[in-house]
Design a protein around this ligand. Sequence first.
Ligand SMILES: Cc1cc2nc3c(=O)[nH]c(=O)nc-3n(C[C@H](O)[C@H](O)[C@H](O)COP(=O)(O)OP(=O)(O)OC[C@H]3O[C@@H](n4cnc5c(N)ncnc54)[C@H](O)[C@@H]3O)c2cc1C
Length: 293
Amino acid sequence: MKPVNFDYAAPESVADAIRLLVEARGEAKIIAGGQSLLPLLNMRMARPSLLVDLARIPGLDEVRLSDGWLEIGAMTRHAVVEAHPLVRRHAPLLAAAASFVAHHQVRNRGTIGGSTAHADPAAEEPLALLALDSELIAEGPDGAAKWPIGAFFRGPMTTALADAQVLVKLRVPCRGPSEGWAFREISRRRGDLALAAVAVWLRREDGICRDLRVALGGVADRPVRAKAAEAALRGCAWEPQIVDKTPALLEADIAPGSDVHATADYRRAVARELLVHALNEAWERVGELSPHC
Ligand SMILES: Cc1cc2nc3c(=O)[nH]c(=O)nc-3n(C[C@H](O)[C@H](O)[C@H](O)COP(=O)(O)OP(=O)(O)OC[C@H]3O[C@@H](n4cnc5c(N)ncnc54)[C@H](O)[C@@H]3O)c2cc1C
């Protein structure tokens, strides 16, 4: 199918993009890499009168360190997130998650900001951002807005972003040597969206799990934390009998659905299995990370 007719604008500043969005009164859509939006346009599930392309705005694809944070511009492509030395060094969980996104062609076009704003509950990068306790910065007609990632995802494909707000950057706290991470997923074919995926970040000191964040994808209407499992492990020595009990705790935090790809029970079973592997992998990995930036 073909999209309905639309106008196209490629502003050269965030301020101009916001102005165009405000003038369109809810009829415009931002386009970043187009990898999710274009299929929606072609199927006429989105019918904007104007596309506001962020591609010509300088600085939106910068990756840099700032005061203990890794800052990633919203227009940074998945392929850059996957390969960038600063991401691999300070947030390797995020780089690993990006490597699971689709195929090279999609990773070369799609952006981390687009994936986060699109908020597919099975997308990989939002999971890593959630496990890493990231924050998101947007600009809009009323100025800048900031959300902890846990407050950003509101439902299936729904976020805290208002109509004329542009997500401009994602901030990830830099990680250090006492921390470990793991990303695991099962999809029907390599490059498909996950049937279930798990991102784990933890901090280990003196053989104790001092802190832990587990994010799950594909098993709820948005990326979710495994809060019951986290609580069971936080403050504990890493005993297999404790870790092996965590899958049973997932029930409180997930609500998978059935679709043509998998039943709810299958997704639940996959998430349980992935969780134990990812937890142990993260625990073993402590020590690999360089000191905080
Ligand atoms: C064949 C195929 C396979 C795929 N497989 C996967 C996969 O396995 N895992 C995965 O995670 N994704 C997958 N995707 C989706 C892909 O990752 C997209 O790149 C991503 O979802 C959207 O990013 P984008 O930059 O292309 O955004 P776009 O498609 O341009 O935009 C998506 C939505 O976000 C909004 N938006 C974009 N940028 C901003 C911004 N800065 N501020 C506010 N709103 C914004 C747009 O208005 C639109 O509503 C796949 C896509 C394809 C085509």
